[in-house]
Design a binder for this molecule. Structure first.
Ligand code: GLU
Length: 494
């Protein structure tokens, strides 16, 4: 594992939402930077005007902050290698494209879109793989320079060597060798003067002193081209790490739009922006995402960001595809909820209650937490379990008050006996209330489920709740007695 400070970058294109794949790339960058005492950089690759989505850049920045993946350099905070938005670096790319032309590694190409179209249909007819046929590759440099000076529309193409082969090395996959005749003369500068990814990313990675490139495996196809561009400039190569792809939950095929919509219906999402409102914690999401492609033994795998930094090891990343498993997200989220200090958890749960229109006493919330914490999978699970604690009144549905296999009249009698059992107690605590209630169950000859069920619904308004006696302990004695009395009345009138 490298120990010299890494300079790494997350380089999203602002063309959509921050999703799991991006979050994972950002996370691995962050972990390596923190592990080595290096720097984590955010670079916005926004040169593709056609695919630009307003607001996307902000969403990426907000998403990284929500995840706690704080970057050291970026468009909104600056840094010594800026600007960090590619649209602000246009001249830099043009200068470098022309440098390659001058050195014989690239050439202006004047072929019109119509000509290229004809060329492609011919290649298709002949069942050839589509490639640029090299028409402008061999123009005399003076002629090319004259046509450019005359303002003729052109792109710049990289002059891929025609002989031999290119070997590129990926940390997870080893050497990848492609014969040069199979690598196209890709466009590196478009006719509108904007660079393509192939040029812009290589130039920036070099100028920003990037030591490791984590990126999606969709770039493996053009990987040899990228390596050739760096070599043409005579620049040092970073360590390349092409990450595994994500498969849909079934493991069959890549995640699709349809699959994403299905996940939303089940209360899941692949977009960071949705995670908070679905009740997921940044800790849970980071942990989940980290392990899609990082081999770590079970039992050792619940990790805070700081623990991940400690354990992170790029040689343990795997290139095998990872199926998205939302059950694991739930698992990690619950684990992290259980690890949180009560005041921290309280602060995170409070907004769910207040957004539901409830007034929350901080003191009561802190005392509720030990009763519900074990059951929370997502933060918003606090509502079904515990919203009733903060309601000034609960009015149960009389149907719920009727105990199993009993009539309303029988249930009313039981409720009345419960009232008589609890009323004499100075406090309704677990210790004081449970023994006489158990005795009542014996006397009545009904099951504990029937008797306690009535009490539970009477006090909480619902048939599922945190442990009953512990919950009652948090409420004033009079409130409980009032609610039991109310239950008696509701049952009598049922
Ligand atoms: N802008 C590229 C993308 O979003 C970045 C790839 C890379 O990290 O080099 O796919």
């Amino acid at each position: 594992m490298t120990s010299s400070p890494a300079r790494v970058r997350f380089a999203p294109s602002p063309t959509g939402h921050l999703h799991l794949g991006g979050a994972r790339t950002a996370l691995y960058n962050y972990l390596l930077a923190r592990k080595t005492g290096g720097k984590f950089i955010l670079r916005i690759e926004d040169t593709d005007q056609k695919r630009f989505v307003p607001g996307a850049e902000q969403e990426f920045m907000d998403g990284l902050r929500w995840l706690g993946l704080h970057y050291d350099e970026g468009p909104d905070i600056g840094g010594p290698y800026g600007p960090y938005r590619q649209t602000e670096r246009r001249e830099i790319y043009q200068r470098h494209a022309w440098q390659l032309v001058e050195q014989g590694h690239a050439y202006p190409c004047f072929c019109t879109p119509e000509r290229l179209e004809q060329m492609r249909s011919l290649q298709m007819q002949n069942k050839e793989t589509l490639h640029y046929d090299g028409t402008c590759r061999n123009l005399p440099p003076e002629e090319a320079a004259r046509r450019v000076a005359n303002g003729e529309r052109h792109v710049i193409r990289f002059k891929t060597p025609q002989e031999g082969a290119t070997t590129a090395h990926d940390l997870l996959r080893g050497d990848i060798t492609i014969e040069n005749k199979n690598i196209d003369d890709y466009v590196i500068l478009k006719s509108d003067g904007w660079p393509t990814y192939h040029l812009a990313a290589m130039v920036d990675d070099h100028l920003m002193n990037i030591t490791h490139v984590f990126r999606g495996s969709e770039w493996l196809g053009t990987f040899p081209l990228h390596v050739n561009i760096l070599r043409a400039f005579g620049w040092q190569e970073p360590t390349w790490i092409h990450l595994s792809i994500f498969l849909k939950p079934s493991g069959k095929g890549k995640m699709s739009k349809r699959e994403t919509a299905e996940a939303m219906k089940d209360g899941y999402s692949i977009f960071t922006k949705d995670m908070g409102s679905l009740g997921y914690t940044p800790e849970g999401v980071n942990n989940w995402v980290a392990l899609m492609g990082w081999g770590i033994s079970e039992g050792d795998d619940v990790m805070s960001l700081a623990e991940m930094v400690q354990k992170f090891d790029i040689t343990r990343l795997t290139p095998s595809p990872a199926a998205i498993n939302f059950t694991k997200l739930d698992h990690f989220n619950g684990e992290h909820i259980r690890r949180m200090a009560a005041p921290d958890l309280a602060a995170r749960l409070k907004p769910y209650f207040t957004n539901a229109g409830l007034e929350v006493s901080d003191d009561l919330l802190l005392r509720v937490i030990p009763l519900i914490r074990e059951r929370l999978v997502t933060l918003d699970d606090c509502l079904p379990f515990a919203a009733w604690f903060f309601r000034p009144q609960v009015v149960p549905d009389p149907k719920d008050l009727v105990a199993k296999n009993l009539t309303a009249a029988q249930s009313a009698q039981i409720a009345q006996r419960i009232y008589e059992t609890l009323a004499p107690l100075p406090h309704i605590t677990h210790d004081l209330a449970e023994p006489p209630m158990r005795q009542l169950v014996e006397e009545l000859g009904y099951s504990p489920g029937q008797v306690f069920g009535i009490l539970r619904v009477a006090v909480t308004g619902q048939s599922v709740s945190p442990p009953l006696f512990e919950s009652m302990e948090l409420l004033p004695r009079e409130v409980i007695l009032e609610r039991v009395q109310q239950a008696v009345e509701l049952l009598k009138n049922a």
